[in-house]
Design a protein around this ligand. Structure first.
Ligand code: PLP
Length: 375
């Protein structure tokens, strides 16, 4: 049996080695490492795939979030609503820009931001909402956009974990996650669903004026070289990463199908077990399974992790500490008990290996090993 890993990038690379190597060689031969034609080519492909008017490549997902907030003209003191159950980057950029993060609870079934909690958190100072499409499925964007439109708020989708997921609108049409709000952000970190071989990210928007501003901001605030019209940052996707992403984008749907097959295997093995709650599928979104996350019930999950590790199986906790309980983000506005769903999840979730290369032998071994412990 192949070694079981949380993410197996080497086995994935082995299947596309020839294409990747030749694309890398081309970039090196051309030596157009920054802003080579690969970047524009990938940008065009991603715009087509997502059905969005503008993709702005940048250096990573955290920058994508930060630059989006800068482009929307958010000012120090403005309140930005975000879920407490997320990866730190979401809250980090809000705080770094001097904005005020207003954290809210999530839905205990989908792990995504709870629209009712958003409504309650709105004040006259609220300017934006950042739904995070956690673990691979879209938050309730119908409800969120309705709240945003009614209260004139911007919506910045943190789509770092859900690229490729389809959201079904009220009228039955579908749209790609990340293209439903004012801006969508993604990360091409190697372990993400569309990952490169280093750091990378992108911003999506259908708003052409905003796109122009975003393109300037990621490029030192300039349109004409050495004429700086606004204070920007340096955030680029390099040509080598773009060349890799162009190849992997063609496989993204196939990769999502492989992840879904692994998830279905897990679901089937654990169904009906009262100690393990399998991931609930949100009816308005497809799931691209960035993570396969179980909610444990009635036993010490750290003992399960120990048991799995002893058998050569990795398992992770995403995320052990809610944002409002993180040392750097402690705020007298919040105390333990404020966000019951988030706090319960932080204490009980466990994520199993999830990637595009899991085979049946590995899945059988993982599920049997879990069930040995959780009888
Ligand atoms: C990965 C991730 C980010 C940050 O992306 P980087 O490319 O690592 O900067 C932000 N938000 C979420 C939810 C993520 O999973």
């Amino acid at each position: 049996m192949r070694k079981i890993q949380m993410v197996d990038l080497k086995s994935q690379y082995d299947k596309i080695r020839k294409e990747i190597n030749s694309a890398l060689q081309n970039v090196i031969e051309s030596s157009a490492f920054i802003n080579g034609p690969e970047v524009k080519n990938f940008q065009n492909d991603l715009e087509k795939y997502l059905g969005v008017k503008n993709v702005i490549p940048c250096a990573n997902g955290t920058d994508a979030l930060q630059v989006s907030m800068m482009a929307l003209g958010l000012k120090p003191g403005d309140e930005v609503i975000a879920p407490s159950f997320t990866f730190v980057a979401t809250a980090e950029v809000i705080a770094l820009l001097g904005l005020k993060p207003v954290l809210v609870d999530v839905d205990p079934d989908t792990f995504n931001i709870d629209p009712t909690a958003i409504k309650k958190a709105i004040t006259p100072k609220t300017r934006a909402i950042v739904p995070v499409h956690l673990f691979g499925q879209t938050a309730d964007m119908d409800a969120i956009m309705e709240i945003a439109n009614k209260n004139k708020l911007f919506v910045i989708e943190d789509n770092c974990q859900a690229i490729g997921a389809d959201f079904t609108m009220k009228d039955g049409s579908t749209k790609k996650s990340g293209t439903l709000g004012n801006v969508g952000c993604t990360s091409f970190f190697p372990s993400k669903n569309l990952g490169c071989y280093g750091d990378g990210g992108a911003i999506f928007t259908n708003d052409d004026a905003l796109a122009q501003k975003l393109r300037m901001l990621v490029n030192h605030g300039m349109q004409t070289r050495y004429y700086h019209d606004m204070i920007g940052v340096n955030s680029r996707l390099d040509s080598i990463q773009a060349a890799i992403l162009k190849i992997k984008l063609q496989k993204l749907d196939e990769y999502a199908a492989a992840r879904n097959a692994a998830a279905a295997y897990y679901d089937n093995a654990f169904k009906g077990n009262p100690k393990l709650k399998t991931p609930v599928r949100f009816k308005k979104s497809t799931h691209v399974f960035h993570q396969y996350t179980l909610v444990t019930n009635g036993f010490d999950r750290s003992k399960l992790i120990e048991h799995l590790n002893e058998k050569g199986i990795p398992a992770m906790i995403y995320y052990p500490v809610p944002m409002h309980m993180q040392k750097a983000y402690l705020d007298p506005r919040y105390k333990q008990g404020d966000f019951p769903a988030t706090e319960a999840l932080a204490k009980s979730v466990i994520s199993l290996p999830m990637h595009t290369e899991l085979d049946e032998e590995q899945l059988k071994y993982i599920t049997e090993s879990v069930l040995e412990f959780v009888k």
